[in-house]
Write a protein that binds this ligand. Structure first.
Ligand code: SF4
Ligand code: FES
Length: 341
């Protein structure tokens, strides 16, 4: 089947969705996706971030589709023509969806562990508005304990359902889900039962925002101060292929490896994720390659960067060797800008 997206034609198999076809083309035409996850059956169709304009339905019926379509759940037809980044209607709709998502989402990026690798942060960066029109009080929830490893911040949840599908499809007894409807809808375990399943940690990786975070990594470091390495170990429960987030020689966090769309390549078990924080447990293959454009890419240490010059008064940095070590700036020269008297 032939489909054209933003003027770029591609041949795809029947059953391919517009989003999948766009990902095969790549580049700026790929719609953002906050709820679709190619590894999770049934995902998509919740967030409306991936709206596109279908300007020609198919060769057989060339009429345009009157409404913008969610590309993650709309299958391509032969001869279909789609506008993504090239449509002003789509650009406007993405702005509106972003504004809706941010209505109840707290602006706590400075203290959120997901900052720097948050899909909503990236979406806001690309499609957000500078000002908010929402003056009402944001929706808030009581804290709920999900056990020793996973921290739930319901206030940040955008109800994408990814974690529910992960629990449904990877674990053998889902104990959490979306409870309530409309403004009251929330992720909950109903009876506050701990999520103890061996694969439950994957919910942290699929969560596009900071609603589910790793308790063993909580507030340890900003992600951009960590250096991610691709590593593996022999594991009898999962593939053992991970990314280690290192600070010096310390493993601060273990996650599954992610692709350019920020999706997990292969899910990992809780033992690899939470229990192996010793470098000796792993075979480190080398620095992780960044594919996706995101806030964290600003600190991509695998490409050559100009040395940073810090024009700070010497007194401010003097005597703070420990601080400089902590944020990996020990090799950054201090430029003495103090006025000479
Ligand atoms: S907790 Fe995260 S993964 Fe689960 S529904 Fe909310 S935003 Fe999605
Ligand atoms: S990614 Fe398509 S609706 Fe959410």
């Amino acid at each position: 089947m032939k489909v054209t997206i933003d003027g770029q034609e591609i041949d795809v198999e029947p059953g391919t969705t517009i989003l999948q076809a766009a990902r095969l083309i790549g580049g700026e035409s790929v719609p953002p996706a906050m709820c679709y996850y190619s590894k999770l059956k049934g995902s998509g169709g919740k967030c409306r971030c991936c709206l596109v304009e279908v300007s020609k339905g198919s060769e057989a019926d060339p009429r345009p589709m009157p409404k913008l379509m969610a590309s993650c759940v709309t299958g391509v037809m032969d001869g279909m023509e789609v506008k993504s980044i090239s449509s002003p209607r789509v650009t406007e709709a993405r702005k509106s969806v972003t504004e809706f998502l941010l209505m109840n989402h707290p602006l706590d990026c400075p203290v959120c562990d997901q900052a720097g690798e948050c899909d909503l942060q990236n979406l806001s960066y690309n499609h957000g508005k500078e000002l908010t029109r929402f003056h009402e009080e944001k929706r808030t929830f009581e804290p709920e304990d999900l056990g020793n490893n996973i921290q739930l911040h319901m206030n940040r949840c955008i109800l994408c359902y990814r974690c529910v599908y992960t629990a449904e499809q990877l674990t053998d007894g889902r104990v959490h889900g979306v409870v309530g409807r409309g403004d009251h809808a929330q992720i909950s375990t109903c009876v506050s039962a701990a999520i103890e399943n061996e694969y439950s940690g994957n919910m942290i990786d699929v969560c596009p925002v900071g609603a589910l975070t790793d308790k063993t990594f909580r507030f340890k470091s900003r992600v951009w101060f960590n250096k991610p390495f691709t590593a593996h170990r022999n594991c009898d429960k999962c593939c053992g292929k991970t990314t280690l987030w290192m600070f010096g020689n310390e493993i601060q966090r273990v996650t599954a490896r992610k692709d350019e769309y920020h999706e997990v390549e292969e899910f990992i078990c809780n033992e690899c994720r939470f229990d192996h924080k010793d470098v000796k447990d792993w075979v480190i293959e080398g620095p992780r390659k960044f594919e996706k454009f995101s806030v964290i890419n600003q600190n991509n240490y695998t490409r050559k960067l100009e040395p940073v010059q810090i024009h700070t008064e010497k007194q401010i940095l003097k005597g703070r060797e420990q601080d400089r070590k902590k944020i990996s700036m020990v090799d950054v020269p201090v430029i003495d800008n103090t006025p000479k008297s």
